[in-house]
Design a binder for this molecule. Structure first.
Ligand SMILES: *Cc1c(COP(=O)(O)O)cnc(C)c1O
Length: 346
């Protein structure tokens, strides 16, 4: 009854996706779904995005990639980039997942499993462009490209893409990363290969740095309406989710609401504005299982308080809360525990 609620607004997600796709066109959108779709719930995000016409999904690991496959009606592409066990590779091949590959050993294992199962693997080869987080070094690239070409010739591999990930720490570093990326692409093409896709950018670079976009953009945060911490607002994009808690009692002119730090709400965000039926009010304190909000005229048990959302009642966004405690908006969402009910507004 008094469980807090994360309200998922399907029309907002669909509109955000439309706005993002319009912004990045003619590049295509890959909707990133890691951490259970940034805490929103994977099945909800997949089904809404599929309705919105999204044809590429990014799932991080094979296990969640298989969850995406189950949630889909059509045959959209699913990109899983975590290095996986042989058993996971088998599942991925059987379910037609696209695999992100950042080591020579992983490439060898995928080709071996493809040969064993008689299935063509879809492989996106990752060049390390400076982040040093899973990727082939430029000096390893020629040998891995040779392995890709040999497996292609045997019908064991479809060269589905070349990709990398940007640090997004400075424009100059990202420019340099793109230079490394494009020279890897050029080397691949010199071998006669033609990767089906090129993808380098996530939300911020896809939105703000059009010259860095490839044919595909891997975007999570902005599609859910989570802007970058310390970054500007995004034209036409609104938070898709809002966190609601009900008033349980009125004490000394304040409202006690049924959400606390045990639900994943950081107690250090106290002091922010939340949305109430009387407009914005100060969130005074967060205890283990409840929180205290500055009162408003006529408040009564059962009234809803919007802890974060799209600002309709004066509440902050998840990113604004995050900025107060030096983190990013997605962290506020992914920390919410399963006790917070996910409800859908279509
Ligand atoms: C998380 C992630 C993304 C998406 O990042 P956003 O900033 O949320 O858009 C893209 N690519 C990779 C490899 C990621 O890990």
């Amino acid at each position: 009854m008094n469980r807090p609620e994360l309200r998922l607004h399907t029309p907002r997600l669909i509109e955000n996706i439309r706005v993002v796709r319009e912004r990045i066109g003619p590049s295509e959108l890959m909707l990133v779904l890691k951490d259970d779709a940034y805490g929103h719930g994977l099945a909800w995000a997949v089904q809404a995005a599929e309705r919105a016409g999204v044809t590429w999904f990014g799932s991080y690991d094979v296990r969640s990639g298989l969850d995406v496959r189950r949630a889909l009606e059509g045959d959209a592409r699913i990109f899983a980039w975590a290095t996986s066990t042989d058993a996971e590779i088998d599942e991925a091949l059987l379910q037609r997942l696209d695999l992100g590959v950042g080591t020579a050993d992983y490439l060898d294992r995928i080709v071996a499993r493809a040969r064993e199962l008689g299935i063509t693997a879809r492989v996106h080869l990752k060049i390390d462009t400076g982040l040093h987080r899973n990727g082939l070094l430029p000096e390893e690239w020629p040998q891995s490209m040779a392995a890709v070409r040999a497996a292609e010739a045997e019908g064991l591999l479809e060269f589905a893409g070349v990709w990398s990930h940007l640090a997004e720490a400075s424009d100059a570093e990202d420019d340099e990363a793109q230079r490394v990326f494009l020279s890897a692409v050029a080397l691949a093409e010199e071998t006669g290969a033609s990767p089906q896709t090129l993808h380098l950018t996530a939300s911020a670079a896809s939105w703000w740095r059009p010259e860095l976009r490839g044919s595909l953009c891997r975007i999570g945060a902005f599609c859910y309406g989570i802007r970058s911490a310390d970054g500007p607002e995004l034209d036409g994009v609104v938070p898709a989710a809002e966190l609601i808690a009900s008033v349980t009692e009125v004490v000394d002119g304040d409202a006690v609401i049924g959400i606390g730090s045990f639900d994943g709400l950081p107690s250090t965000i106290a002091g922010v504005s939340v949305g109430t039926p009387g407009g914005p009010r100060v969130l005074r304190r967060i205890d283990h299982t409840s929180a205290v909000v500055e009162g408003w005229p006529g408040m009564t048990a059962g009234d809803e308080v919007t802890v974060f959302g799209a600002g309709e009642r004066g509440e902050c966004s998840a990113t604004t809360l995050a900025e107060r405690i030096g983190t990013v908006g997605e962290e506020i969402l992914t920390r919410l525990t399963p006790r917070v009910r996910r409800t859908i507004v279509d």
